[in-house]
Design a protein around this ligand. Structure first.
Ligand code: SF4
Length: 119
């Protein structure tokens, strides 16, 4: 059995959560959370961790040489490095607007990469 201590990031309170996992990595119990969101967060974090991805993409002909981008939704943590590799291959042509889709359905995750500023 494994015990994992997490801080819930679902709201600013930041409850300290303990998760007990069996030998197969399945969640046995979640304690320390004070609401259901904490339970969901802890189960997700221990079984299928996800992260928002932020980066920059090259832009030709714009005010600035790069534009900041982010994933529209969290991406499985184990795919973040490969997603960065895909993002680094992209060069946009100005003008770029906030919310423009830079990469659609990156690596078949169902998640788009979008611009978060103008260029
Ligand atoms: S468990 Fe609930 S109250 Fe505690 S930090 Fe998470 S979301 Fe906030």
């Amino acid at each position: 059995m494994e015990k994992r201590d997490l801080i819930c990031v679902s709201c600013p309170i930041g409850c300290a959560i303990t998760v007990d996992l069996d030998d197969n990595g399945q969640v046995i119990s979640v304690t320390g959370n004070t609401c259901k969101r904490g339970d969901s967060y802890a189960r997700q974090e221990c079984t299928h961790p996800e992260r928002m991805l932020t980066s920059t993409v090259k832009v030709e002909g714009g005010r600035l040489p790069v534009v900041p981008v982010k994933s529209a939704k969290p991406i499985p943590k184990e795919l973040l490095f490969d997603c960065m590799t895909e993002i680094n291959k992209v060069t946009l042509t100005a003008p770029v607007k906030i919310g423009d889709v830079v990469l659609k359905n990156i690596l078949n995750t169902g998640v788009d990469i979008v611009a978060t500023n103008e260029a």
